[in-house]
Ligand binder design. Structure first.
Ligand code: NAG
Ligand code: NAG
Ligand code: NAG
Ligand code: NAG
Ligand code: NAG
Ligand code: NAG
Ligand code: NAG
Ligand code: NAG
Length: 512
C-alpha cells in the first residue's frame, strides 16, 4: 500500500515538475532513429509466432525509448518507417508480419491495449497502444497491415487481401486515433497503394492538428501538400526509411527544406542503417533544427526537443515580404505582422546581371541522375545567370573564406526519371567533387569555402524547398527566403561551416 501511494506521489510530483519545464506555447516532441533488427532472411516464409518474435525484439527497444522520452517529458514520439518488421520482403513473405486493422476507425473508439480481443492479428497494435498508455504520450509508428477484400472489388489483389505500408497514431491513453496508408510507395512490391488517398489529420490537446505521411510521400503533392494547404496542418509527423542521396536529397536536407518551405514543424524519424546509407532524423521548426546524422557509427538515437505550438509565429521575422504575386497565396506563407513589414525588400530586376557579364564556360554534368547545366563559380565575387528552358537561376556571391575548392551553379528543369519519376526545377550552388568540371554534381560531404550568397530563380511551380547543407552534414538556415514578385529567392551570409549545397529545389507537381 505504502509503495503504491509513494509511487503515485512520485509520479504526481514528476508531472508537476515537467509541466513547469514546458515553456508557454510550446510542446515537447520526440523522434527516434532506430537501428532496426532486420529479418536475416526476408524472402523466407515465416509463421506468425516467429514473425512476432522478431518484431517483438524491435518493439522491446521502442518501449525503452518511450520510457526514455517520457522521462524527458515528451508528449509525442515518432518512430521510423519499417522499424518493426524491416525490409526487402516479398508480398508473400511479409504476410505473417502484417497486423489486421479495421477499414474505418471513425465510429470505433478502439484501445488495443485494453481491448486486445476485438480483432485477430493485432499483436503489434496492442504493444504500441500499451506503450502510449505507459508513456502517456501520443505514439506514431509504422507497420505493415492487411485488409481482406472481396473478389467483387475490381482492385482486390488475386490473393484476396490488400497489404499496406501503414502509419498508426495512438493517443496518450492508447486509443487508436488514426491510420495512414502510404500513397507513394518506393518500389515496395510487398505493398498495395490505397485506392483513395488517405488525408490523415489528428488532433492533440497540446498542439492542435498534425498531418501524417511517409518517406517518399514528401516529394509528392498527395497527400503532403493537401494536408498543409487544404487541412491547414502546421505540424507533420514523418516516419521514413530514407536513403541519403547527395548533393540534394539527404534526409536532413529535405526534412529541413520541407519545414522551411512550408513554415511548419516537421517531426522526422529515419531508420539507422549506414550500409544502406540510411541516417538522418530531426525535429524542425521554421527557425530551429534538432537533428541527428551519423554514418560512422551504428546505434540508436532519441531526439527530444521543445518546439512552438504555432510555428509561423517564430518564422515571420526571417522571411521576405511578398507583393502582388498570386503564387504567394498558394504557398503557405508566414503571417505578415509589424516585424515582417520591416524586412528588407529586394529588387531583383535591379540585380539582373545583363550589364557587366563576363563570358563563362557552360558545361553539362550529371547530378542526382539528371543532366544539369552548370557554370563554374570561380571568382572571389560575382554575379551569374543560367537558364534551362523557362527557368533562369541567378547567383550573387562573395567568398569570405576560400580555398582551391571548385563550386558551380547548376540548373535543371525537367523530368527526373531515376528512382521515381517526377518533375523538378532546381537552382543549385554546389561544391564539386574535385577540380575538374566533370566532378560537379558528385556526392560531396566536406567543404571549407564560406560563401555569402543570394540565389534566386523564376520558377514556374509555387513549391520550392530551400536546401542549405554545410560541411560534415550540418544544417544552416537561410537568412531570408521566399517569393518576391515572380522570383523565389534565398540568401545567407556566414554559414557556420563550409558550403556543400545551397539549392532551391522546386517540385512542379502538375507536370508529373
Ligand atoms: C535489400 O535489397 C537491396 C536491393 O536488392 C540490397 O541492396 C540490400 O542490401 C538489401 N538489404 C538488406 C538489409 O537485405
Ligand atoms: C479469430 O480467429 C479465430 C480462429 O480462426 C476465430 O475463431 C475467431 O472468430 C476470430 N475472432 C475474430 C474477432 O475475428
Ligand atoms: C482517450 O483519448 C481519446 C482521444 O484523445 C479520447 O477521445 C477518449 O475519450 C479517451 N478515452 C479515455 C477512456 O480517456
Ligand atoms: C528595380 O530596379 C530597377 C533598376 O534599377 C528600377 O528601374 C525599378 O524601378 C526598380 N523597381 C522597384 C519596384 O523598385
Ligand atoms: C545534356 O544536355 C545537353 C543539352 O541538351 C546535351 O547536349 C548533352 O548531350 C546532354 N548530356 C547527356 C549526358 O545526356
Ligand atoms: C524566366 O526568365 C527568362 C529570362 O528572362 C524568360 O525567358 C522566361 O520566360 C522566364 N520564365 C518564366 C516562367 O517566367
Ligand atoms: C564530423 O562530425 C562528427 C560528429 O557528427 C565528428 O565526430 C567528426 O569529427 C566531424 N568530422 C570532421 C572532419 O569535422
Ligand atoms: C551579406 O553579404 C553581402 C556581400 O558579402 C553584403 O553586401 C550584404 O550586406 C550582407 N548582408 C547582410 C544581411 O549582412
Amino acid at each position: 500500500m505504502w509503495g503504491t501511494s509513494f509511487k503515485f506521489l512520485f509520479l504526481f510530483c514528476y508531472q508537476v515538475v515537467l509541466s513547469e519545464l514546458i515553456q508557454e506555447g510550446h510542446y515537447i516532441a520526440a523522434v527516434y532513429e532506430h537501428q532496426v533488427i532486420l529479418n536475416p532472411n526476408p524472402n523466407a516464409l515465416f509463421n506468425r509466432a516467429s514473425a512476432l518474435a522478431l518484431m517483438n525484439r524491435n518493439l522491446d527497444i521502442y518501449e525503452a525509448q518511450v520510457d526514455a522520452a517520457a522521462q524527458q517529458g515528451a508528449q509525442i514520439i515518432v518512430f521510423p518507417e519499417d522499424g518493426i518488421h524491416g525490409f526487402n520482403y516479398t508480398r508473400e513473405s511479409i504476410y505473417q508480419f502484417l497486423d489486421f486493422i479495421p477499414p474505418s476507425l471513425h465510429s470505433l473508439q478502439w484501445n488495443p491495449c485494453l481491448e486486445p480481443d476485438l480483432f485477430n492479428d493485432t499483436d503489434v497494435l496492442q504493444r504500441l497502444s500499451c506503450m502510449a498508455r505507459r508513456g502517456r504520450m501520443y505514439v506514431v509508428a509504422n507497420l505493415g497491415t492487411k485488409q481482406p477484400c472481396e473478389f467483387s472489388d475490381p482492385r482486390c489483389p488475386l490473393d484476396g487481401r490488400y497489404q499496406f505500408n501503414t502509419n498508426v497514431v495512438f493517443s496518450s491513453n492508447g486509443t487508436l486515433l488514426a491510420r495512414y496508408r502510404k500513397q507513394n510507395l518506393y518500389f515496395e512490391y510487398a505493398f498495395d497503394t490505397p485506392s483513395e488517398v488517405d488525408y490523415v489529420v489528428f488532433d492533440t490537446p497540446f498542439a492542435d492538428k498534425f498531418g501524417v505521411f511517409t518517406c517518399f510521400d514528401i516529394l509528392f503533392s498527395e497527400p503532403a501538400v493537401s494536408l498543409i494547404r487544404k487541412f491547414s496542418v502546421k505540424h507533420v509527423v514523418f516516419p521514413a526509411a530514407w536513403i541519403n542521396q547527395l548533393p540534394l536529397l539527404s534526409a536532413i536536407e529535405i526534412q529541413r527544406g520541407f519545414a522551411t518551405g512550408f513554415n511548419i514543424n516537421v517531426l522526422a524519424a529515419n531508420i539507422h542503417h549506414t550500409a544502406l546509407s540510411m541516417t538522418g532524423s530531426g525535429i524542425y521548426t521554421p527557425s530551429k533544427s534538432f537533428y541527428y546524422y551519423d554514418m560512422k557509427h551504428e546505434g540508436n538515437k532519441l531526439i527530444v526537443a521543445q518546439i512552438p505550438v504555432n510555428p509561423s509565429e517564430e518564422s515571420c521575422q526571417k522571411s521576405i515580404v511578398y507583393r502582388n504575386n498570386i503564387q504567394t497565396a498558394l504557398f503557405n506563407l508566414p503571417v505578415k505582422d509589424d516585424v515582417c513589414e520591416k524586412e528588407e525588400q529586394r529588387n531583383h530586376s535591379g540585380r539582373s546581371t545583363t550589364g557587366n557579364q563576363i563570358l563563362i564556360p557552360m558545361f553539362y554534368a550529371e547530378m542526382m541522375y539528371d543532366n544539369y547545366t552548370f557554370v563554374p563559380v570561380t571568382e572571389h565575387k560575382g554575379d551569374l545567370q543560367l537558364c534551362a528552358g523557362s527557368l533562369c537561376c541567378y547567383l550573387s556571391y562573395q567568398k569570405v573564406a576560400s580555398s582551391s575548392e571548385l563550386y558551380a551553379l547548376g540548373v535543371f528543369n525537367g523530368l527526373h526519371t531515376v528512382h521515381g519519376t517526377y518533375y523538378v526545377q532546381v537552382c543549385a550552388l554546389v561544391k564539386c567533387g574535385g577540380l575538374g568540371y566533370d566532378t560537379c554534381g558528385q556526392e560531396v560531404t566536406h567543404a571549407s569555402n564560406i560563401i555569402d550568397f543570394h540565389l534566386w530563380g523564376n520558377f514556374s511551380t509555387s513549391y520550392i524547398f530551400p536546401l542549405l547543407l554545410t560541411s560534415n552534414f550540418t544544417l544552416n538556415l537561410p537568412d531570408q527566403w521566399g517569393w518576391e514578385d515572380s522570383y523565389y529567392s534565398m540568401s545567407k551570409n556566414e554559414t557556420s561551416s563550409g558550403l556543400v549545397t545551397a539549392a532551391l529545389y522546386g517540385r512542379w507537381y502538375e507536370k508529373d
